[in-house]
Design a binder for this molecule. Structure first.
Ligand SMILES: *Cc1c(COP(=O)(O)O)cnc(C)c1O
Length: 402
């Protein structure tokens, strides 16, 4: 029997994961967060809501996604068996839809007809616009002006899906400015608007909500492993941007002390500030996006610049649960550089006929570099079609484009 979505019991004492999380927001937003928490708890306790979500995940998203043994990839790597949790086969090609669907249905149940989102690379914006089209909800997506230029194709996709994309020209014209605008919009229309956050970040209760909707990944994978492999995997590996696919991949395994959990961050060009997005490895505790967590910052506490070959990992913060899991040592976090991810992109493409997104290529690269014995389960969080131009220019294989 494959697991369907099951709401997990509350995991938080108050609004924090250990020392991290909380609500570092203007007072005007606090009532909206309280309303959200109440609406969320009521929805999860409502069997009609849960059954509807299960049905949409099955018939619209295409869940359960397969667990696939990448035997030729494993042979090439030279360690133990490697199994892939195929989130790349979910509708729209990545795990982000799991959260967008869950929160979209929650917004609908709370009577909100207008969705606000913010997006950096545009992938969360596309997932949100998709769900809004499916549910008939209005959708406004804030995006830094700089990002709208870099990700023009995703802007076009969002507009095709009926979303209004609002370029933000304040500050550095990137994600953190878009986040500010999204909060500002939310404050002015809290009765009718729902702010749909795309990763396991933000003020409480967002990290818990996103984790809940993404935990379907590990609920399915754990049951699939027991059936297909006959035992639990020895380790679970996932890439970490804001941390939603990783926290969703780890959730059902946290109590399995025998399962090693590994989060892989973007090591970019190297260890210097501005050259990577390895928040847990190179950051310090601080406040970003309304929560206390690890943050990439300079010595004066200003948010640091980031770089990664994968747009989806290029974020200076990380979800508060990961900060806690790092400090408690339940999960080990490592960084993989751009070149490693690129190499793993080719390795999986050539050995399995599966093009990974550059984000999960970081997780694959960690597996490649370590050649561990035992069974490794890797979450393939998305497909790589979106990245082929980046791959072409970064690898020098432009001649293929001719
Ligand atoms: C956005 C994205 C990520 C990073 O986001 P998380 O919240 O850390 O999961 C990883 N993989 C893919 C394919 C993405 O689109």
């Amino acid at each position: 029997m494959i697991a369907t979505f099951t709401p997990s019991p509350p995991i938080l004492a108050g609004s924090r994961f250990g020392a991290y999380g909380g609500q570092y927001v203007p007072e005007t937003i606090v009532p909206a967060l309280a309303e959200l928490e109440q609406g969320y708890r009521q929805a999860l306790a409502d069997s009609t809501f849960v059954e509807h979500l299960q049905s949409v995940l099955r018939h619209y998203v295409g869940r359960p996604t397969p667990l696939y043994e990448a035997a030729r990839f494993a042979q090439r790597v030279g360690g133990g068996p490697v199994w892939l949790k195929r989130e790349d086969l979910a509708h729209t090609g990545a795990h982000k839809i799991n959260n967008a669907i869950g929160q979209g249905l929650l917004a609908q149940r709370m009577g909100k007809r207008r969705i606000i989102a913010e997006t950096g690379a545009g992938q969360h914006g596309v997932a949100t616009a998709t769900v809004c089209a499916m549910l008939g909800l209005a959708c406004v997506v804030y995006m830094g002006e700089e990002d709208t230029r870099r990700q023009a194709l995703n802007v076009y996709r969002m507009r095709l899906l009926g979303a209004e994309v609002r370029p933000v020209s304040a500050g550095t014209r990137t994600l953190k400015d878009a986040i500010n605008e999204a909060f500002r919009d939310w404050v002015t229309g809290i009765e009718s608007s729902y702010y749909l956050i795309g990763s396991a970040v933000g003020p409480h209760p967002y990290p818990e909500i996103v984790r809940t909707f993404q935990s379907i990944i590990s609920q399915e994978a754990r049951a699939q492993a027991l059936t297909a492999i006959g035992h639990l995997p020895h380790r679970v590996v996932a890439c970490v941007g804001g941390g939603s696919n990783a926290v969703g991949s780890f959730a059902a395994f946290l109590e399995d002390a025998c399962v090693e959990l590994v989060g892989v961050e973007a090591g970019g060009r190297g260890p210097g500030l501005g050259d990577n997005a390895a928040t847990l490895g190179a950051g310090r505790p601080g406040v970003l996006h309304g929560a206390h967590s690890y943050v990439l910052q300079d010595s004066g506490g200003q948010i640091g610049a980031t770089h990664s070959i994968s747009a989806g990992l290029d974020y200076p913060g990380v979800g508060p649960e990961h900060a806690h899991l790092k400090d408690s040592r339940r999960v080990r976090y490592h960084a993989v550089e751009d070149v490693g991810a690129l190499d793993a992109f080719f390795a999986l493409t050539e050995s399995e006929g599966i093009m990974p997104a550059l984000e999960p290529a970081h997780a694959l690269a960690w597996v490649q570099a370590n050649r561990h014995p035992g069974v490794t389960l890797v979450t393939l969080s998305g497909r790589g079609d979106k990245d082929i131009h980046t791959v072409a220019s970064a690898s020098g294989r432009q001649e293929y484009l001719a």
